[in-house]
Design a protein around this ligand. Structure first.
Ligand code: KG4
Ligand code: ZN
Length: 345
């Protein structure tokens, strides 16, 4: 069987330019992330044209640094893995073009990776002892899903969001509360000072026999609450305490939904290993609640470190390794697919 000891991963789907070298799918030799968060902060969100221009400037130095800090030479790389969707088309194209050029020049296989699939691999990187099957709650800015990971490359989607992703809801609510971008960390910070029971926001699909999620009703409830409050008091801006209470109550509603469905998935499948992935998994309140419910049920809880849960290229290299080992290859005609779906395999 062909071996792919060293895989170079490249990720540029949103506002992080990242490259990594991973050995045998699970050992991270380097994981370089150049974040544009500070650049986009002043606009209150990611500006696509600004993002792609920055990826263009950063991608080669980042790849260079990844290879250098891994202590290897580019010649030793046996395969190139790259995110080809979902994401911003101009941003994705930068990574895809560089990956194609490198694979062509090095005469090694190219493999395109679905970004959502990549997030799962944070767990393979962080926990060498983790043996599938495990449940994976994937919560990012663009996706919210409950999956069973049977083995690398074989997943079963148990539930999905029917509308907004959890991270998207965090970002939108943060914006209406006048908090910064990205919204998740800002809401978490404000929520620490607030009362999670100050307001009762809806938990969609609660008690229903489904593993799906829905967060757009929650977002609308927060908006309605703000509008009503403004009509009543006429005040233009909210006090710090009000913002904290709304943030805490909103965060509690999201976490309740995520935890309820994860528990239902454990009951349905009987799987006793629960893992987290995606940008929202940085949320400490979510981690603590999931850890507690796992413990209560005699299950093991896996929460990878932030360097693997937020957008990075090590997870892409890891996913790429397993696909290459399974004999999969992408053509040189590989294109960016901004609305690429993830349905499991
Ligand atoms: O996985 P990710 O880095 O990018 C996507 O693939 O979407 O996730 C980004 C999302 C953003 O919506 C951000 O607000 C959210 O993750 N996020 C958080 C936290 N840190 C990042 N959400 C809640 N709490 C956090 N601490
Ligand atoms: Zn992501």
């Amino acid at each position: 069987m062909e071996q792919f000891e060293l895989v170079l991963g490249i990720e540029s789907s949103c506002d992080e330019t990242a490259a990594a070298v991973v050995k045998n799918g699970r050992e991270v030799l380097s994981n370089v992330i150049s974040s544009q968060v500070q650049i986009h902060q002043k606009y209150g969100g990611v500006v696509p044209e600004v993002a792609s221009r920055n990826h263009l400037e950063r991608v080669l130095p980042v790849v260079d640094e990844a290879v250098r800090t891994a202590g290897v030479s580019l010649r030793e790389v046996a395969g190139v893995a790259v995110t080809y969707g979902p994401g911003l088309v101009g941003s994705l194209l930068v990574g895809v073009s560089v990956a194609k050029a490198l694979a062509f020049a090095l005469k090694v296989p190219l493999i395109g990776i679905n970004h959502i699939e990549g997030h799962i691999y944070a767990n393979f990187l962080a926990f060498p002892e983790l043996v599938p099957p495990f449940l994976c709650l994937t919560v990012s800015g663009g996706h919210t899903a409950l999956l069973v990971i049977h083995e690398p490359g074989r997943y079963e989607v148990l539930g999905n969001t029917r509308d907004d992703a959890a991270g998207e809801a965090f970002d939108k609510v943060a914006r209406v509360l006048g908090l910064g971008y990205p919204g998740g960390p800002e809401i978490e910070k404000a929520a620490r000072r607030g009362d999670p029971e100050a307001f009762s926001f809806p938990r969609a699909l609660q008690g229903e026999d489904t593993l799906d999620f829905s967060f757009s009703g929650l977002k609308t409830a927060v908006l309605n609450h703000l509008n009503q409050r403004r009509q009543k008091t006429g005040a233009a801006s909210l006090s710090q305490d009000e913002v904290a209470d709304i943030a805490a109550s909103f965060q509690a509603a999201i976490i309740d939904s995520l935890v309820e469905k994860t528990v239902l998935a454990m009951e349905r499948t009987g799987i006793k290993q629960i893992a987290l992935s995606g940008g929202v998994s940085a949320n400490m309140a979510l981690r603590e609640r999931l850890e507690a419910v796992a413990k209560e049920r005699g299950a093991q809880f896996f929460a990878p470190p932030l360097k693997y849960t937020t957008d990075n290229a090590a997870m892409i290299a890891s996913a790429g390794y397993y696909r290459l080992m399974a004999g999969e290859r992408s053509e040189m005609s590989l294109n960016a697919i901004p609305d690429l779906r993830f349905s499991g395999v």
